[in-house]
Design a protein around this ligand. Structure first.
Ligand code: GDP
Length: 168
């Protein structure tokens, strides 16, 4: 009989972005595999747990901290960053002003989500600028996502976890 011991890793990940960009919807899709138009997030910090069978020997538990929409990156208290291993920064691809909140540089490994890509108001010029935006603001990469239609959410999560595992 052989016994395989598996490793368990717990990572705290922050979910950041302006109010209404879809942070809670992204977390809901990622963790609960559903989208609910009427779901209303509570005010303040809320967290969800996502368990990933990373490989046969590793289980990753992601503690996703949804920072209330009223908090912008620059105002964010350092306490949120404490022990955070990564961040998911979300903006609304149909509202370029929501990208400004993401332009302060990231102290931890971060991925940028251009959310609501299912909508027709998607700004093509904005999308073309994201490579250089990520370079200038220290993002590891970006994804066009839709919490509604389930586009790239799982991929973006796996990408961030991979990066976190590399620095862990
Ligand atoms: P938060 O304030 O950043 O947590 O944003 P919410 O998750 O509450 O979403 C704000 C609004 O955008 C809600 O009406 C959601 O139903 C909607 N929403 C979120 N993600 C998407 C998406 O990918 N596509 C579309 N079309 N609507 C979305």
């Amino acid at each position: 009989i052989s016994v395989t011991l598996s490793t368990e890793k717990l990572f705290k990940v922050l979910v950041i972005g302006d109010l209404g960009v879809g942070k809670s919807s992204v977390v809901m899709r990622y963790v609960n595999k559903r989208f609910d138009e009427t779901y209303k997030a509570s005010i303040g910090v809320d967290f969800a747990l996502k368990t990933i069978e990373w490989d046969p020997k590793t289980v990753v538990r992601l503690q996703l901290w949804d920072i209330g929409g009223q908090e912008r990156v620059k105002n964010m208290s350092r306490v949120y960053y404490k022990e955070a291993m990564g961040a998911v920064v979300v903006f609304d691809i149909t509202n370029s002003s929501t990208l400004e909140a993401a332009s302060d540089g990231q102290p931890i490994p971060a991925v940028l989500l251009a959310n609501k890509c299912d909508l027709t108001g998607r700004d093509g010029a904005l999308v073309s600028s994201l490579d250089s935006f990520c370079k200038d603001n220290s993002f590891l990469g970006w994804f066009e996502t839709s919490a509604k239609d389930d586009i790239n959410i799982e991929e973006a999560g796996a990408f961030l976890v991979k990066q976190i595992m590399l620095c862990d």
